[in-house]
Design a binder for this molecule. Sequence first.
Ligand SMILES: Cc1cc2nc3c(=O)[nH]c(=O)nc-3n(C[C@H](O)[C@H](O)[C@H](O)COP(=O)(O)OP(=O)(O)OC[C@H]3O[C@@H](n4cnc5c(N)ncnc54)[C@H](O)[C@@H]3O)c2cc1C
Length: 414
Amino acid sequence: MKRYSAFAIAREALRHHSGWERAWASPEPKRKYDVIIVGAGGHGLATAYYLGKNFGITNVAVLEKGWLGGGNTGRNTTIIRSNYLQDASAAIYEKSRSLYEDLSQDLNYNVMFSPRGVMMLAQTHHEVRGYQRTAHANALQGVATEYIGPERVKELCPIICIDGPRYPVLGALWQPRGGTARHDAVAWGYARACSAMGMDIIQKCEVTGVRSEGGKVRGVETSKGPIECDKLGVVVAGHSGVLAEMAGFRLPIESVALQALVSEPIKPCMDVVVMANTVHGYMSQSDKGEMVIGGGADGYNNYTQRGSFHHIEETVRALIETFPMISRLKMLRQWGGIVDMTGDRSPILSKTPLEGCFINCGWGTGGFKAIPGSGWGMAQLMATGASPLTAEFSLDRFKEGRFIDESVAAGVAH
Ligand SMILES: Cc1cc2nc3c(=O)[nH]c(=O)nc-3n(C[C@H](O)[C@H](O)[C@H](O)COP(=O)(O)OP(=O)(O)OC[C@H]3O[C@@H](n4cnc5c(N)ncnc54)[C@H](O)[C@@H]3O)c2cc1C
């Protein structure tokens, strides 16, 4: 793989950009791999990358039924933060956030990580107490957050209306090193690095069945024929229940459509990310100037990848209360993704009842931020059989009642 550099840009500018290599190869599947990962979203690709980088396991295929990053990884609103309540969550989300800090250098691919700061508004007394508690928990966990008052909120984000027609802004949980990154670039950067290590990323290859023998995984059936493997990682977000059924077990997951929208581009007016969970909406400004707006999840299970239209009105209404200056903005696009929700709003990174088969899912509305940390932990789990980052997130917790309740940090907020 030729490294990207300022020198390479100058060289290619002089020869009409004719010398760039393809970022990743498009091979046909081999008969057998040591590891197959199903799903070329961020989590699947990051798992493959850290298997190679941290454990030297490179005889790996990542199988994707569509195009890489075409699932939720390319559909989210890119918020990155680690201000969760429980210790296990803080550990994996903060690991992830800290990996984002130099991911561009690590992958030699600009993922445009922008630690511009994330604030979660407190608009009821319950939220004030909840976020103050989270700030104290974060202090003990070594996650840098603080609870700030309304004047500081206004100072950080002048376009906010802190008086609010229904809910005044009473304060906020502020994480100064939270922010955003370019979602496609995260998938593309990991894919390019995996391909450079000799891994096969096979797009338009749908897994249609899981082969097993004597309770142990043997391979998968795909739209490109059967492929054998010693270990299988299932990393398919909203389709996890479908894959689990193929592998012969059930998951405590519900799949729902979550949607987002963007406005026409405008001049820079907001350099932080704001989440307003009581009125239910959140917003940031992309580098192109569009206001990136997150909406709600459908109240019923489905696989539609578009979301219902009434959410657009509800979301925009909520945001106009918080940011009256957006009332005359035109909305450009709206889209949805199928998110995988667990009852405790925490992910599952786990061995499964089928030996050699591992599952990574349940990131729900908030897994973009977790991609590097989840890949790091999942690779360790698959390579060695255990990881301190994933230990608490095993499937057993649902049998044993060891829930990791993150409904405040992850119910509406992303
Ligand atoms: C509108 C929206 C806004 C969001 N906002 C945020 C946010 O601001 N911050 C945040 O942290 N998170 C956010 N999220 C959540 C985040 O996008 C997801 O948690 C994360 O992208 C999940 O990544 P993944 O790699 O697990 O899944 P995906 O990116 O969905 O990848 C799974 C892949 O598996 C493939 N697949 C499925 N079935 C098969 C099969 N049978 N064979 C082969 N391949 C298969 C799919 O095609 C897909 O590409 C948001 C999600 C949505 C929908």
